[in-house]
Design a protein around this ligand. Structure first.
Ligand code: NI
Length: 180
């Protein structure tokens, strides 16, 4: 397994529509394993393939909840290939969201509370299920990535531009700093 670089705003690849996965083969399984390693290391609870510069309809989620008594989270990995949101509740809920491609920036985002989805797992088997709470938020956030949408798109243009500017500036600062 290996760690993959995560692309960040304003990388235009994040704005592309990801293409459907056509075959669940060994290459895809390797990519999934690398994505999990990358996500756990980051750390994050969701990652779309496009964030590691592979614009395919694949995303992974692990809410890593609950935390065991020794402080290690219980791993609960989920793989969603070619996911489709079939239904979304009228009821909405807001969560404080962040994104590995928009480091250190957070905002309250309102989304449908409950969603029904269909997807393939890492064995190519089809599933359908309903999600609420953080799992619903995370799935909607990651499916947005597959459609070139970021959580900052739900904010005003002014706020969105400000967040992107901050990310670019702190990346520049990091690159130019002498870290001793
Ligand atoms: Ni994200």
């Amino acid at each position: 397994m290996s760690l993959l670089p995560i692309i960040e705003v304003p990388d235009q690849l994040l704005r592309e529509q990801s293409a459907p996965v056509e075959r669940v083969d060994d290459d895809l399984k390797r990519l999934i394993a690398d994505m999990f390693e990358t996500m756990y290391e980051a750390p994050g609870i969701g990652l779309a393939a496009v964030q590691v510069a592979v614009p395919r309809r694949l995303l992974i989620i692990d809410l890593q909840d609950p935390v065991e008594e020794d402080g290690d989270p219980v791993k609960d990995p989920h793989v969603f290939i070619n996911p489709e949101i079939l239904k979304a509740s009228d009821a909405r809920k807001s969560y404080n969201e962040g994104c590995l491609s928009i480091p250190d920036q957070y905002a309250e985002i309102e989304r449908p509370d409950i969603v029904r989805a269909r997807w393939l797992d890492q064995h190519g088997k089809s599933h359908e299920g309903e999600f609420d709470g953080l799992m619903s938020v995370c799935l909607q956030h990651e499916v947005d990535h597959l459609n070139g949408i970021l959580f900052i798109d739900y904010l005003s243009r002014l706020k969105r531009d400000m967040i992107v500017k901050k990310v670019v500036k702190s990346r520049k600062d990091r690159e130019q700093a002498a870290i001793l």
